[in-house]
Design a protein around this ligand. Structure first.
Ligand SMILES: Cc1cc2nc3c(=O)[nH]c(=O)nc-3n(C[C@H](O)[C@H](O)[C@H](O)COP(=O)(O)OP(=O)(O)OC[C@H]3O[C@@H](n4cnc5c(N)ncnc54)[C@H](O)[C@@H]3O)c2cc1C
Length: 379
């Protein structure tokens, strides 16, 4: 969008475009359950996705097939219901659905749940198709994309303190199987997550499992993450041994000279091994939920490192001591869907245009100005 408005744009990628999170995600383009601060940007992003699918002329795998959160208990249902006022405030079509309606939305599943929350206008896209297609479209519009080009240093006198960590998330794609649901769904209780894929398989994940390799930054930022560990979305497991070369590794250099290779060149593509034990549990749950389909066979399994912030909200801000340096990071596991919205906002930030949304919740100083760190009202 910045290039469209006549500015020269260069994207430096240390490895390949869409080789890290942007191709490894579940492919959910979801408004449902979002933090209220993010929801207006996400509503815009959904509209932008539809425009991009038309403009690129390429198949992004975009389909408006809905997202459903599934509840087994009254307490889970009550929690889902608390989100409805946010949907209404922003014109999102989310609604509570009964057990009978769920049986129609997930015809292959029978009646496993008391009810749920459903947003018919939520979408899915195929990350590995969509992101390279969007990069090609950007290049056609004049963006220079340099792959295998690591940014070693920013030529600035002061540093930027960002309390960001990264957690491993595991995913599996099944071989093609009959359709048991057209869209995406997640069980509130144990985070079993399923999305129908364009290739006829399913993307499955243990949605609550996030593995944190405990390195120096984890210690440094520990206090800021206490609210997330207490009241957040749970499921974070601590792992003592940080694999070599990972962002928060004990032996990963923190400082280096501009004329020497940096850790970004040592790790061109971060490709964590998936947690196969967790995927085994996911396959078992799939077979319980969809008995007619049975236990799935994996076509591919992988993991990705999610960049996470203490309140699971991104930072979209100008670095206070470095005018002109705009930071957009920490999308905290839901940046694929909202990406086009964040891109548009950042373009206007850079060009002095109308951002159109309240960006105060995304300011960098929220972690240092004494504001309480809270998990908000996302589901
Ligand atoms: C398993 C998993 C499931 C997810 N599911 C969803 C989902 O269903 N829906 C959703 O909305 N979001 C989801 N997400 C989150 C989403 O994928 C991310 O928020 C989003 O892709 C972040 O985009 P990004 O461009 O900020 O980061 P990335 O896609 O990680 O891209 C950052 C790039 O910067 C490059 N880079 C890093 N340092 C340097 C340097 N010094 N020089 C040059 N290049 C550098 C890296 O190589 C990388 O390619 C998921 C993430 C994961 C891992």
């Amino acid at each position: 969008m910045t290039a469209r408005r006549g500015l020269s744009v260069t994207l430096c990628e240390k490895g390949r475009v869409a080789a890290e999170q942007s191709s490894r995600n579940w492919g959910w383009v979801r408004q449902q359950g979002r933090h209220p601060a993010e929801l207006p940007v996400m509503v815009e992003a959904r509209r932008l996705w539809q425009g991009l699918a038309r403009e690129t002329g390429e198949d992004l795998g975009l389909a408006e097939t809905g997202v459903t959160f599934l509840a087994r208990t009254e307490a889970e249902l009550a929690r889902l219901e608390t989100w409805l006022p946010h949907a209404r405030a922003h014109g999102v079509d989310s609604r509570m659905v009964s057990a009978a309606e769920l049986a129609a939305l997930l015809p292959g599943a029978g009646r496993h749940w008391l009810g749920g929350l459903h947003t018919a206008s939520d979408m899915r896209a195929e990350p590995w198709r969509a992101v390279p297609a969007l990069a090609r479209a950007a290049a056609r519009e004049g963006v220079t994309i340099r792959e295998h080009c690591a940014v070693r240093l920013l030529d600035i006198a002061t540093g930027v303190n960002l309390p960001q960590l990264s957690v491993r998330a595991t995913v599996g794609a099944t071989e093609a199987m009959p359709e048991a649901l057209p869209g995406a769904a997640i069980e509130m209780a144990d985070g079993f997550a399923v999305r129908r894929r364009q290739d006829g398989g399913y993307t499955l994940a243990p949605g609550l499992l996030h593995e944190l390799y405990v390195g120096p930054d984890a210690f440094r930022h520990f206090r800021k993450y206490i609210p997330q560990m207490r009241g957040g979305h749970g499921g974070t497991k601590l792992r003592a041994l940080v694999p070599r070369g990972y962002p928060d590794g004990w032996t990963t250099p923190r400082r280096w000279a501009a004329d020497r290779p940096s850790p970004f060149e040592a790790m061109r593509v971060l490709n964590p091994a998936p947690n196969m034990a967790a995927l085994d549990g996911v396959a078992t749950r799939f077979a319980e939920v969809f008995p007619d389909l049975g236990r799935p066979r994996w076509a591919k399994c992988w993991a990705g490192m999610i960049d996470v912030m203490p309140d699971e909200l991104p930072v979209i801000d100008e670095a206070p001591e470095v005018p002109g340096l705009v930071i957009a990071t920490g999308l905290s596991g839901h940046g694929f869907g909202i990406g086009p919205g964040v891109g548009r906002v950042v373009a206007d930030f850079l060009l002095g245009g109308q951002m159109g949304h309240d960006l105060l919740p995304f300011r960098l100083s929220r972690f240092t100005d004494g504001s309480p760190i809270s998990m908000g009202e996302s589901l």
